[in-house]
Design a protein around this ligand. Structure first.
Ligand code: KIV
Length: 258
C-alpha cells in the first residue's frame, strides 16, 4: 500500500505508531521500502554520514536532490521526504518555494522537511502548503543551528519548554503534516504529542511520540560515532570490514577467484 499524506493524521487518530528512517541512495531506500518503513527521509545528516562533513551545513540543494532521485528509484510505497539544506529556505518565502519545488519536481520527493519554528518559519511553511507542497517541521535540537545550539538537548528550562510547545502549535496551524522532535525531554515530547492533532516523530525525545525516526547508518552501526539516544540494531561497520579483509586475504592468497 502506497503511503499518502492522509495516512499520517489517520494513524495518529488510530494510535498506530509511525516508522521513519533515513536513506541516501537507491539500495538503502529499496531495502527500507521492502521492510515497510512508512516514511523515508533523505536527511541532510547525509552531509555527515555519507559525505564526511563535520556538520550538516555544507550539503547543497543539488547534492540533496541527487541523493533524493536515487532514493526515489528504490521506493514503491513509502512516503519520501527531502530535507531542505541550510540557507536554501531561510532567506525568503520565494527561495523556500524554489528549493521545495525542485525537491518535488526534480528529486521526486513527496514532501520537504525544514528546521525551525515560530515566528521565523511559519509564514514560509504556510505559503509552501498553500502551493501544494507538503511540509514536515523539525524543532528541538535543529542541527542546522549547531553554531548556536551545539548538539545538546533542548528544552531544559521552563521558558525553553514553553517556546518549543508554542512552536509545535504554530507549525501545526501553518499546515505541516508532521513534526520531528529532536533531543528534547520525554515529558515535553509527551505534552506536545497530546496537544496537537498531527503526528510527532521523535528522535531522542522518548517513547510517547506518535512515531520514531533514526539515522539509518546509526541503526546499522556503520559509523564510528552515533548519538547516545540512537540504537544500533546491527554492527555493519565490523561486518563490512571483516568482509573486505577476507576478500583482500583471499585475493592475495589466490583463494579467490577459484
Ligand atoms: O537529517 C536527518 O537525518 C534528520 C533526522 C535526524 C530527523 O533530520
Amino acid at each position: 500500500m502506497a503511503v499518502t499524506l492522509q495516512h499520517f493524521r489517520q494513524w495518529k487518530q488510530q494510535q498506530r505508531r509511525i516508522t521513519a528512517l533515513t536513506a541516501w541512495d537507491f539500495a538503502i531506500a529499496e531495502i527500507l521500502d521492502q521492510a515497510q518503513v512508512d516514511l523515508i527521509l533523505v536527511g541532510d545528516s547525509l552531509a555527515m554520514t555519507v559525505l564526511g562533513h563535520a556538520t550538516t551545513l555544507p550539503v547543497t540543494l543539488e547534492e540533496m536532490i541527487h541523493h533524493t532521485k536515487a532514493a526515489r528509484r528504490g521506493i514503491k510505497n513509502a512516503f519520501l521526504v527531502m530535507d531542505l539544506p541550510f540557507l536554501t529556505y531561510q532567506e525568503s518565502t520565494q527561495q523556500a518555494m524554489r528549493s521545495a519545488g525542485l525537491a518535488l519536481k526534480d528529486g521526486g520527493a513527496n514532501a520537504v522537511k525544514l528546521e525551525g519554528g515560530y515566528p521565523e518559519m511559519v509564514t514560509t511553511i504556510a505559503h509552501l502548503v498553500q502551493a501544494g507542497i507538503p511540509v514536515m517541521g523539525h524543532i528541538g535540537l535543529t542541527p542546522q543551528s549547531v553554531n548556536q545550539l551545539g548538539f545538546k538537548q533542548q528544552g531544559k528550562t521552563e521558558d525553553a519548554q514553553t517556546k518549543i510547545l508554542n512552536e509545535a502549535i504554530a507549525l501545526e496551524q501553518a499546515g505541516v503534516f508532521a513534526i520531528v522532535l529532536e533531543h528534547i525531554p520525554t515529558d515535553l515530547a509527551q505534552t506536545i504529542t497530546q496537544k496537537i492533532a498531527i503526528p510527532t516523530i521523535g528522535i531522542g525525545a522518548g517513547p510517547h511520540c506518535d512515531g520514531q525516526i533514526l539515522v539509518t547508518s546509526d541503526l546499522l552501526g556503520m559509523g564510528s560515532w552515533s548519538p547516545p539516544f540512537s540504537k544500533a540494531y546491527a554492527n555493519l561497520r565490523e561486518t563490512m570490514r571483516d568482509a573486505f579483509e577476507t576478500y583482500c586475504k583471499e585475493v592475495r592468497s589466490g583463494e579467490f577467484p577459484e
